[in-house]
Structures are given as structure tokens and as C-alpha cells.
Ligand binder design. Structure first.
Ligand code: 2NL
Length: 340
């Protein structure tokens, strides 16, 4: 039967052609030439109708066997070619290697703390005010009842840019500008950098961040201040925190207090963090000294106010258990990476 000889020839031909296959493109050409719709095998089967049914069975069977053989051979060849693909074809890239993780950044612990502080006050109705870090002596000292000859000025006397300007030692300068520009009621916070002539050690820095708060209206009382402080402490450190006020002196407030919370580590029992006494000092506050209102031209018979000064680094150190303030500013990736 001629047709079986033809099939035999096709098989030989297929073997020769596959032997010569060196890449995927040639392999694809061989596949279409032999197995494609217009390929060699289909060509044979086209003429099958002229055969007797016995012959049809034999030829059909043989053609099917070849089709399976060819398919198996081609897929084997495909695997071989994949494995031996040259660097030129693959671009020298080993796509099976694990990927390189991108380096993800994170928010600085101090920035996180500042946003939390800001958000707590915003939730109580405070607005944020900002000012400049370079300021005149009037806004940084005189308006805040810290006259040139007053001994408390020493603690704040800071870096002078020239005769007239200096780096602010608190963000209170912003409050003065706000009060000059608008009448009460006022409810603002001022976050920002401040500078003090402190020797640098684990808990002191010549630059740190403050959030000051100011409330002024016709009948602001000390209990209003206490309510705001307690709300802040609980939002920051947890509902079961305890708070106490100790009398203190600030030139810009009278009376003034330092605010302590029950130790967040030992819950007041006494430990290394609270030096054994169960309390942690976290901020200062008081009723605005009428001298400050006089400096901005407010009617001291009509208005009272309260003010708060928070050191952001102090809060962040307590929250995250950071024992050296200098770590905030050194940009050491081993430190910063711990807050990702
Ligand atoms: C602290 C204490 C404080 C203020 C800041 C203030 C501002 C105006 C009027 C009155 Cl305009 N007071 N600020 C009041 C009490 C304490 O800071 O230890 N800060 C780190």
C-alpha cells in the first residue's frame, strides 16, 4: 500500500528534521510542517476516503500512532531546548532565583508620636498653629513674662542668630502671634522644634520638639485645664492611667504645675523607669499669667486661659522604651528599622 510507504517516509523525514532542531523557532516550524492543519499527516488523511474500509482502519491506526509519537517527541525536545537555552537567549537572567525585596521606609517614631499628640488635641477641638523657629526676644521672652534680668531666662537663653534674632526656646512665640491676631475664644496647639542651651546627654538635647497648647476664653478655669490634661493622658497612655499635679514655677503661668502619670511600666509599684517612686513626669502646665495677656493687649479682667507644654521626645521615649534621646537624631537605620 503506497499510503503506508508515504507514512513511513514522513516518519523518516520527521526524524531528520527534529535532529536538526536547535531552538524554539525551528521546533515550532517542524510542528506546523508535520502536525499542523496543512501539515504532512493531515495531507495523507485527506486521501483516505478513496481506500477500502480495511485499508482505512490500518492507515488510520498508523497515522494516529505517528501523531502521538511526533507529539511526544516534540514535547521532549521542547524540554531539552528549555534546559539548554543559552545566556544570549535568556539575557543572562536566572528567572528561578529569589527576588530582591524592595527596602520599605517607615515613619520616624518621633513623627508618629507628634501626630498622635496632635490628633488627640484635634479631637478635643484644638486647631494647629505654626510659626517660625527664628524669633525676636520680644516673642520668645518679654511677651512671656521672661524679662532680661529674670533668673529663669538662663534656662532658656538660647542661640542668637544676630543682635535681634534667636532660635526659639519654646513654641510659645506662636501663641503670642496668634493672640495678637485674634480675640478669644482661642483653642490652639503649636507643635515644632525648639532650642535650648542644654549640654547633650541621654535625656537632654540642644534641640527637641514641643507641642504647646493654649485655651483662652471668658471663664477658663483650672478644672478645665485638668480635664484636658486627664483626657490627653488617658488617650496617650491608656484609660487606666492615673494623673497627679505638683506645684511648680513657670514665668508664663500662675499657678503652674508639673504633670505626672502613674508609671506605664510598673503601674505605680515602683521600678527602674520611674526611679522607684511609681510616677513619671510628662509635661508642664498652668493658668496663663495675666502679664502675658497684657503683652498682647487682652482684657485681663475679662479673659482667663490655660496653657500646656509637652516635650514630644519625652513622650516618645516612654511610649517606645527608648533610653537615649540622641537616637532620634542619628538616622541609624538599625534604630529606625525597629519602628517599621
Ligand atoms: C514644659 C512646660 C509649658 C507653657 C509651657 C505657655 C504659653 C503661653 C502662655 C502660658 Cl503663650 N504658657 N506655655 C505653659 C506651661 C508649661 O511648658 O516643661 N515644656 C516642655
Amino acid at each position: 500500500m503506497d499510503i503506508l510507504k508515504d507514512l513511513e517516509a514522513i516518519k523518516k523525514n520527521f526524524e531528520t528534521e527534529t535532529e536538526k532542531c536547535a531552538d524554539m523557532k525551528q521546533l515550532e516550524n517542524v510542528r506546523t510542517a508535520f502536525l499542523g492543519r496543512k501539515g504532512e499527516l493531515n495531507n495523507i488523511l485527506k486521501n483516505i476516503s478513496s481506500l477500502s474500509s480495511d485499508e482505512k482502519r490500518v492507515v488510520g491506526k498508523q497515522a494516529n500512532t505517528l501523531k502521538n509519537e511526533f507529539t511526544a517527541r516534540l514535547s521532549g525536545l521542547r524540554e531539552e531546548l528549555m534546559d539548554s537555552r543559552s545566556d544570549a537567549e535568556t539575557d543572562g537572567t536566572d528567572v528561578t532565583l529569589p527576588g530582591i525585596r524592595p527596602h520599605l521606609g517607615a515613619i520616624h517614631p518621633l513623627t508618629k508620636t507628634l501626630s498622635r499628640i496632635n490628633n488627640i488635641f484635634i479631637s478635643m477641638g484644638f486647631r494647629i498653629a505654626e510659626g517660625t523657629e527664628i524669633e525676636t526676644e520680644f516673642y520668645n521672652f518679654e511677651a512671656l513674662n521672661i524679662p532680661l534680668d529674670h533668673p529663669s531666662r538662663d534656662a532658656f537663653d538660647t542661640f542668637y542668630v544676630d543682635e535681634k534674632y534667636l532660635l526659639r526656646s519654646h513654641t510659645s512665640n506662636v501663641q503670642i502671634h496668634v493672640m495678637e491676631q485674634q480675640q478669644p475664644p482661642i483653642q490652639v496647639i503649636m507643635p515644632g522644634r525648639v532650642y535650648r542651651p542644654d549640654a547633650v546627654d541621654a535625656t537632654h538635647s540642644f534641640m527637641f520638639h514641643q507641642v504647646e497648647g493654649l485655651m483662652v476664653a471668658e471663664d477658663i478655669s483650672f478644672s478645665d485645664l485638668k480635664g484636658v490634661l486627664l483626657d490627653f493622658c488617658k488617650s496617650m497612655f491608656g484609660e487606666d492611667i492615673k494623673m497627679r499635679l505638683r506645684p511648680h514655677f513657670f514665668p508664663f503661668t500662675e499657678p503652674s504645675a508639673e504633670v505626672d502619670i502613674s508609671c506605664i511600666m510598673c503601674k505605680g509599684k515602683g521600678c527602674r523607669v520611674c526611679s522607684g517612686n511609681g510616677w513619671l513626669e510628662i509635661l508642664g502646665a498652668g493658668m496663663v499669667n495675666p502679664k502675658v495677656f497684657e503683652a498682647v493687649g487682652y482684657d485681663t479682667g475679662k479673659y482667663t486661659g490655660s496653657a500646656i507644654g509637652i516635650g514630644a521626645e519625652r513622650i516618645a521615649m516612654l511610649l517606645y522604651g527608648i533610653e537615649d534621646i540622641r537616637l532620634f537624631y542619628e538616622n541609624d537605620i538599625r534604630f529606625l528599622g525597629q519602628f517599621a
